[in-house]
Ligand binder design. Structure first.
Ligand code: R5P
Length: 342
C-alpha cells in the first residue's frame, strides 16, 4: 500500500521557490488519495570561499522515490548557472548515497540546451550534461519545453519527460487577449512548430520571421525579415525562451516596421539576462510591446513581478505536481504531456 512517505521532494537553493510551490499542490493530490502529506526533505548546500559546493541530505530517505528540484537559472543569490548545475549534481550524489529507490530530477530549464548540435570542434554540451546525469544514477529527468526535443535522444538510460508550457500559456491568451485581429509569429524558423500550435489552437493565421545570427560575435543578429503579412494586425510572438532579449527586441522592431499593431510575447522560460529587461522596458515605454506572458518555472523576485507592468507570470507548479504525483503512483502521464487537455 502506497503512502505519502514513499515519495520525497527536495531542492537545491536555486529550486527552493518552485519546489515549495510544487509541494503545496503535491500535498493536495496526496491528501485526495488519503496519503500522508510530506514536507521538503531537509538538505544543506554550502559554497566554500573557493566556490566549491557541497550538498547533503540531512534525514533518512532510504528506499524512497526522490524528486530533486533545481532552477539552474536562478542567480538571484549570487550563484552562476554553473554553480547551480554543480549544486544539483552534488545533491543527486547525496541522494544516491542515501540509498533512494529512484532519483527523479526536476529541471524546468535544461542547462546548455542551446549547445545541442555540432559546430566545428565544439562539443555537444547538452549531451555531456545528459551523460553526467546518467552517470550519477538519475532515473528520470522532468523538464519544460526543451529547446530541441532531439536532446531526449542523448539519454540512453534515463526516462526523459518534456512538459508543455503551451497548456497554461494558451489558456491565458484565450482569456486575456482579443484575438479577432491576431496573427501568431515565431521569431525564427526553428520555433515555427511551436508557434503553429498556438495559431492552430486559436484558429488564426501563422507568420514567421527569418533570423540569422553571427557565430563570430556573441548575441548578434545579422539579418531579420518577416515572412507573411502583419500590416494592421496584432501579433502574438511565441518562443521557448527569452535570454538576452536580442531575438525578441529585433523581432518586435521588425514586426513594427511592417505595420504590426499590438505585439504580445509568450514563452515558457524567461531568463532575462544581460540587457533583456532594459530592452523590454524600452519597448513597453515606447508602446511597441504590450505584454509578456510567461511561467514561474524560472525564478524572479517578487518585487520585479509586482512592479513590471508588461510582465505576466502563470503558475505551472500544479502541472509539475500532477506529473510527479502520477509518476509516483504509477499512473499514466501521457495526457499531461499533450499540448491540450484531452
Ligand atoms: C533560439 O533559437 C531561441 O529559441 C531563442 O530565440 C533565443 O535563444 C533567445 O535568446 P536571446 O533572447 O538572447 O536572443
Amino acid at each position: 500500500m502506497l503512502n505519502g512517505n514513499g515519495i520525497c521532494l527536495m531542492s537545491c537553493k536555486g529550486g527552493e521557490y518552485f519546489a515549495n510551490k510544487i509541494l503545496f499542490h503535491l500535498n493536495t493530490f496526496l491528501e485526495k488519495k488519503d496519503l500522508d502529506k510530506i514536507k521538503l526533505t531537509k538538505t544543506s548546500e554550502i559554497q566554500f570561499k573557493n566556490t566549491e559546493i557541497k550538498s547533503n541530505v540531512l534525514e533518512s530517505i532510504r528506499g524512497k522515490d526522490a524528486y530533486i528540484v533545481q532552477d539552474v537559472t536562478n542567480t538571484s543569490f549570487g550563484y552562476s548557472v554553473n554553480d547551480n548545475v554543480m549544486a544539483l549534481k552534488t545533491l543527486i550524489d547525496s541522494a544516491r548515497i542515501s540509498d533512494v529507490k529512484r532519483i527523479n530530477v526536476v529541471i524546468p530549464a535544461y542547462p546548455y540546451a542551446r549547445q545541442d548540435k555540432p559546430f566545428g570542434r565544439e562539443g555537444i554540451t547538452a549531451k555531456l550534461f545528459a551523460k553526467e546525469l546518467e552517470a550519477l544514477g538519475v532515473n528520470t529527468v522532468i523538464t519544460l519545453d526543451i529547446h530541441n526535443l532531439a536532446i531526449a535522444g542523448f539519454f540512453d538510460k534515463c526516462v526523459f519527460e518534456n512538459l508543455k508550457g503551451f497548456r497554461d500559456l494558451i489558456k491565458y491568451v484565450k482569456k486575456e487577449i482579443d484575438i479577432t485581429n491576431l496573427v501568431v509569429s515565431s521569431p525564427d524558423i526553428g520555433g515555427l512548430k511551436r508557434a503553429e500550435s498556438f495559431a492552430s489552437e486559436l484558429k488564426v493565421n501563422l507568420v514567421s520571421i527569418y533570423k540569422e545570427r553571427s557565430y563570430v560575435k556573441l548575441d548578434c543578429i545579422t539579418k531579420m525579415f518577416v515572412i507573411g503579412d502583419v500590416k494592421n494586425k496584432d501579433v502574438l510572438l511565441v518562443d521557448d525562451m527569452v535570454d538576452t532579449g536580442g531575438t525578441l527586441y529585433n523581432a518586435i522592431k521588425t514586426l513594427k516596421e511592417k505595420g504590426a499593431k499590438n505585439i504580445y510575447f509568450a514563452c515558457s522560460l524567461p531568463f532575462f539576462n544581460g540587457e533583456c529587461i532594459n530592452r523590454l522596458n524600452k519597448l513597453y515605454d515606447n508602446k511597441i510591446l504590450t505584454k509578456v506572458i510567461t511561467t514561474n518555472a524560472v525564478y524572479h523576485k517578487q518585487d520585479f513581478i509586482e512592479n513590471t507592468p508588461w510582465f505576466n507570470q502563470i503558475d505551472v507548479s500544479d502541472y509539475f505536481a500532477k506529473v510527479i504525483f502520477n509518476m509516483h503512483i504509477g499512473k499514466s502521464i501521457s495526457s499531461l504531456l499533450q499540448e491540450i487537455d484531452n
